[in-house]
Design a protein around this ligand. Structure first.
Ligand code: SF4
Ligand code: SF4
Length: 146
């Protein structure tokens, strides 16, 4: 049986994979850094295939959705409910459901996560908490409208 721990996956995300959950890949609003875009492009995708136009995303780089038999889902979600770019998915996808509440500037677990009770902030390392804060700063620095 496939074990994500074998590919060095973080224990938190093993839960999503064993649950076969892809709730957060439906109607995604995930934002990307320039580095995320570069990583994905290095695997043969063109940014205009998978990114919303900046006008549609308030100046942020944002994943596009597509219509599929699973509904409206991220451009990269396969019909079997698996991420097609799992090994090089954007940093925000790696850290989710840890997000930043922009009103309080605090880290929180996204209400939309199916397992929000299981994913507590304490399950994230100090390093990951630093990463989500740096990620948000980076996203705003790279936003053309700011
Ligand atoms: S890139 Fe992968 S993990 Fe991120 S939203 Fe799309 S399908 Fe889900
Ligand atoms: S909604 Fe929550 S449990 Fe489901 S895949 Fe996303 S992070 Fe994992």
């Amino acid at each position: 049986m496939f074990n994500p721990l074998d590919i060095g996956e973080d224990e938190n995300f093993v839960r999503c994979r064993f649950l076969d959950c892809f709730v957060c890949c439906k109607e995604t609003e995930m934002l990307l850094t320039q580095n995320d875009v570069k990583n994905i492009e290095q695997h043969g995708f063109k940014s205009d295939e998978f990114l919303l136009s900046k006008d549609d995303s308030d100046g942020f780089l944002q994943l596009k959705n597509k219509d599929s038999k699973l509904g409206t889902v991220c451009f990269f979600l396969n019909d079997n409910g698996k991420c097609g770019i799992y090994e090089y998915r954007p940093e925000g996808c790696r850290l989710y459901p840890l997000i930043i509440n922009l009103d309080t500037n605090e880290e929180m677990i996204d209400e939309d996560c199916r397992e929000k009770i299981w994913f507590t902030k304490q399950k994230y390392s100090k390093n990951q908490v630093t990463q989500i804060n740096n990620l948000v700063i980076q996203l705003f620095l790279e936003n053309d409208n700011y």
